[in-house]
Design a protein around this ligand. Structure first.
Ligand code: ADP
Ligand code: MG
Length: 231
């Protein structure tokens, strides 16, 4: 947990109220929340080397304190399958990001494991001034954005609370499996909710946390993007 404290301290010292994806994912990992394998590259050769180590296909993403929504500025390139593709994507991301804003500060390029497509869920936390941290759960994409099919609980939550959160969203039948589709790993979601609860209770300086999306499989789950905003 010393690693976690160090990340919060670093951000504060640099006057940042926003953790970079690799920082947020390191914290998640320390709490046992499953995340995609990742490494931060500083040049094209390093990116290709890390891609080999992680295994193809990989995803490349911008790491910058100036970019919160990475996809919107062309800062995410998915499904790269060779060293050459990785090198080209590395350059393309820098080009895209600079086109958007010429003086964007670049820390590096995140090379990460590409998680196979599956059912996407979201786990979030926000801090209520009166009640403290609250947890949110829903299915990804249109379920949260259009249908607002989400559920909340004040932290800390129990295993039973977490189980209720998962079963009470309207889209629950999708998780349970329908028309012969297999059920996804509900216990893996419950586990992530419990660990997120512990994380936000331990660190009351977290104003907002977003694990969006988390891919959930027949067995296990994987967080693909993590965002943490500090007070
Ligand atoms: P943003 O900062 O714009 O939210 P994300 O890191 O969430 O960027 O990437 C945008 C989208 O790309 C994600 O919502 C997801 O659909 C896809 N994606 C990102 N990383 C991965 C990954 N490692 N594996 C599979 N899909 C990914
Ligand atoms: Mg995202």
């Amino acid at each position: 947990m010393r690693k976690v404290a160090q990340i919060f301290r670093n951000a504060r010292e640099e006057g940042r109220n926003y953790l970079l994806e690799p920082e947020a994912k390191t914290i998640c990992r320390e709490y046992g929340i499953p995340v995609t394998k990742f490494k931060v590259a500083k040049n094209v050769d390093e990116a290709a080397k890390f891609a080999e180590e992680i295994g193809y296909p990989v995803v490349l993403k911008i790491v910058s304190p100036d970019v919160i929504h990475k996809f919107d500025v062309g800062g995410v390139i998915l499904d790269l399958n060779s060293a050459q593709e990785v090198k080209d994507a590395y350059k393309k991301i820098l080009e895209n990001v600079k086109k958007h804003k010429t003086d964007t500060k670049i820390i590096g390029i995140l090379v990460q494991e590409m998680a196979p497509q599956s059912t996407e869920v979201i786990v979030g936390a926000t801090k209520d001034p009166q009640f403290g941290p609250a947890l949110m759960f829903g299915l990804g994409g249109i379920f949260v954005e259009v249908l607002k099919d989400v559920t909340f609980r004040i932290a800390p939550i129990t295993r039973q609370d977490a189980q209720e959160m998962v079963t009470e969203v309207k889209a629950y039948p999708i998780l349970k499996g329908y028309r012969g589709q297999p059920s996804v790993d509900i216990d893996a979601i419950v586990d992530i909710l419990l660990k997120t609860s512990r994380l936000v209770m331990d660190h009351l300086e977290i104003k907002e946390l977003d694990l969006n999306p988390i891919m959930v499989y027949k067995k296990g789950a994987k967080t693909v993007d993590a965002r943490i905003i500090l007070e």
